[in-house]
Design a protein around this ligand. Structure first.
Ligand code: FE
Length: 179
């Protein structure tokens, strides 16, 4: 009886473990902010709006210190182009910030960003541990045809992507240069 419960709990724990992991000291590299950041985005985990075009994308992951300590309450601010490659610079469409939960996890519901001239598809993000420095970087998509021709592309910033019934699911764990 106890053994069965133990097995069940172990399986449950396994199901909860994110596929990507943290490697101590392997700090997530920065990438330039670009011209379209706007401070003051709304706090929300879903950037989806009724009628929004594009393939749905859910990104999940955790935020760690450089020693792989999970960071609860880390601030993440996402911004991206829409499926047509356009940024909303007048309002806050496809912009939003959130904080990690008690197990350092975040979830972002959005759409796949489109290409715009000179850039491979990407999602911009700023991440900060409480009282830590801000990491400004970008996330990329495996197999995107413009990755290799984009000067800002970095292999270490590739999402792990899989197809789901609803669209695409991606994972990415951030490792901050924080204690
Ligand atoms: Fe951009």
């Amino acid at each position: 009886m106890f053994g069965l419960l133990g097995t069940f709990l172990a399986l449950f724990a396994l199901a909860q473990t994110p596929p990507a992991s943290c490697v101590a000291g392997q700090i997530t590299p920065p990438v330039t902010e670009g011209p379209f950041y706007k401070a003051g985005s709304p706090q929300r985990t879903s950037l989806l709006e009724p009628g929004m075009a594009g393939t749905k994308l859910t990104i999940t992951g955790q935020v760690f210190t450089r020693g792989c300590r999970p960071v609860a309450g880390a601030w993440l601010d996402f911004w991206q182009a829409d499926a047509q490659g356009k940024y909303d610079n007048a309002g806050y469409r496809l912009r939003g910030h959130q904080v990690t939960d008690g197990t350092a996890r975040y979830t972002l519901l959005t759409v796949m960003p489109g290409e715009y001239p000179g850039r491979t598809p990407h999602i911009h993000v700023k991440v900060r541990a409480p009282n830590g420095p801000v990491l400004t970087t970008q996330l990329y998509f495996p197999g995107a045809r413009q990755n290799q021709g984009d000067m800002l592309f970095r292999q270490e910033l590739l999402l792990q992507i899989r197809d789901t019934a609803a669209g695409k699911a991606g994972t990415f764990n951030f490792v901050l240069d924080s204690e």
